[in-house]
Design a protein around this ligand. Sequence first.
Ligand SMILES: NC(=O)c1ccc[n+]([C@@H]2O[C@H](COP(=O)([O-])OP(=O)(O)OC[C@H]3O[C@@H](n4cnc5c(N)ncnc54)[C@H](OP(=O)(O)O)[C@@H]3O)[C@@H](O)[C@H]2O)c1
Length: 147
Amino acid sequence: MDVILIAAVTQDGFIARHPKETITWSQDLNLFKKQTLGYPLIMGSRTRACITGELKGREIIVFHRKDKPQDILKNLNAKRCFIAGGGKTNSKFISYLTHLFLTPHPMIFGKGVRLFTDEIKEPELLLEEILPVNKERGIYQYQYKIK
Ligand SMILES: NC(=O)c1ccc[n+]([C@@H]2O[C@H](COP(=O)([O-])OP(=O)(O)OC[C@H]3O[C@@H](n4cnc5c(N)ncnc54)[C@H](OP(=O)(O)O)[C@@H]3O)[C@@H](O)[C@H]2O)c1
């Protein structure tokens, strides 16, 4: 099964200004919807609490501190699943990821929630595809395979 981390990031590697921020600045929501529709979507409890809109057509799995990534993944019966943050949850799943779908935005926060909040082992990335999100603003989604 493909385990894909999907995130909108700033140029300095942040995914939110603070852990309670509802993300309204990302330009890739349509792409996010298209790509995740029909697949399990795993997110941390703080991220779940920040989402105001509906997430129809996807099985939402909320990740808590007592949960083990391997237990959640082994119970899924899908071709792919998505890890949709936040930084704590992304860190927990790092060693199970097969792909990263990252959309850098033309923003700098200076501080906030990083893509990975905890210490991780450095992954080796192989660029597979670049999809346009907003060409005028130079926003593209970079799809990497993790070697
Ligand atoms: N830009 C993007 O694409 C994007 C995507 C996703 C999320 N976000 C943003 O990321 C932010 C949330 O990220 P986050 O990293 O703070 O949270 P998170 O990963 O969404 O959720 C927090 C996780 O950490 C656990 N946890 C909390 N306190 C802990 C502790 N002291 N020790 C161990 N585990 C602990 C929680 O478990 P319990 O449930 O047991 O407390 C939960 O599993 C939000 O602002 C959200 O909007 C941005």
